[in-house]
Design a protein around this ligand. Structure first.
Ligand SMILES: [Zn+2]
Length: 66
């Protein structure tokens, strides 16, 4: 008999961040699990870098929106 393992399904909490560009202080709303790299609309600075899961936020997170 095969014992069914208790597999934990990762349930990452997704949220939105209000991120400030460190270069021009422009604010952008960024989804925490974005699948695209996101750039500042004003100066094109990279603000969020996609990864397999939670994106790497390169700007300054001001607040969480949820
Ligand atoms: Zn900027």
């Amino acid at each position: 008999m095969i014992v069914k393992e208790n597999i934990l399904i990762p349930n990452p909490k997704s949220e939105y961040y209000n991120v400030k560009c460190t270069k021009c202080d422009g604010k952008t709303i960024i989804y925490s699990h974005t699948t695209k790299d996101l750039y500042c609309k004003s100066c094109n600075e990279l603000l969020a870098q996609r990864s397999g899961g939670k994106a790497k936020i390169l700007g300054e997170i001001i607040s969480n929106l949820d």
